[in-house]
Design a protein around this ligand. Structure first.
Ligand code: T5A
Length: 243
């Protein structure tokens, strides 16, 4: 960022290269990413594919104590939240999450699986709420201090499938899930645009099928990437066989 006197503000972290890796799980509400994250974590633990490398599972919003409070403020629907406040609350959650959870875990060499990260803000607040994308990019850079995912799995299911899954789930819909007026279509368009722009970092996983079919597709991407990072080799494991 250039200041009025011509000097530069640099939000990036001075030691941005870590021995660990960050994989984020993204998708529209109800696409099934949380189900997939749990299955991937179970598979990685039971297969011992990571050896002694720690596995950390976390999420946004709500990956820290502060974040859990922010998650409630954002999703309960108990009060009005204007779009700019929504954007800033997600950024606050992320800043805390990055410093308290992600950086320490990555510095310790962990494989970190995060249920959502910066791409959600672009898709939801940028495309969904139509807020300024340049502003969001700057805010994401401030919140992350330059940290990016090494791999993002975008679980993509049709709007009809997502809606049916949201409705089949027990409990009320949260504030974001209740958004109408083409919001969910724009969110999906947002993820599609991001995946098109960054095909190496963001990999689309077809999530229209059942959970096992989706897991098999995600597993193929993960095996390939884990091997390229750490030379790990492991045959795909069917769900239910426990590795
Ligand atoms: N948000 C988040 C922003 O707007 N900006 C941001 O920057 C960030 C970080 C909370 C909300 O915050 C928004 C996005 C969200 O609206 P969240 O906690 O991740 O984020 O909430 P949701 O995405 O709403 O999580 P859900 O749990 O609703 O959706 P998932 O994770 O996609 O779906 P999942 O796995 O929980 O599954 C939903 C139901 O479908 C079934 C499951 O059993 C479950 O009942 N299911 C399937 N059914 C059939 N076939 C499959 N393949 C299925 N997979 C799962």
């Amino acid at each position: 960022m250039t200041l009025p006197d011509g000097s530069q503000l640099d939000f990036s972290h001075p030691e941005a290269v870590y021995p660990g890796r960050l994989i984020t799980f993204e998708g529209a509400d109800g696409a099934g990413k949380t189900t997939q994250l749990q299955q991937v974590a179970d598979w990685l633990r039971s297969s011992r594919i990571l050896g002694d490398r720690p596995l950390v599972v976390t999420r946004e919003p709500g990956g820290t104590a502060l974040g859990q409070q922010l998650r409630h403020l954002l999703l309960s629907g108990d009060w009005a939240v204007v779009d700019r406040a929504e954007l800033l609350l997600y950024a606050a959650d992320r800043a805390q999450h990055v410093e308290e959870v992600l950086r320490p875990a990555l510095a310790a060499g962990s494989l970190v699986l995060s249920d959502r990260f910066v791409d959600s803000t672009v898709a939801y607040q940028g495309f969904g709420r139509k807020q300024d994308l340049t502003l969001i990019q700057t805010l994401n850079r401030i919140a992350t201090a330059g940290l990016t995912s090494d791999l993002t799995l975008w679980f993509d299911a049709s709007l009809a499938s997502c809606l049916a899954r949201r409705q089949a789930r027990s409990g009320p819909l949260d504030r974001l899930e209740r958004s109408a007026g083409g919001f969910h279509q724009r969110v999906r368009d947002g993820f599609a645009t991001l995946a098109h722009r960054e095909p190496d970092r963001i990999r689309r996983v077809d999530a229209n099928g059942d959970a096992i079919t989706t897991f098999t597709a995600a597993q193929a991407v993960l095996l390939d990437r884990l091997e390229s990072w750490w030379g790990t080799t492991c045959a795909p494991v069917s769900l239910g066989q426990g590795g």
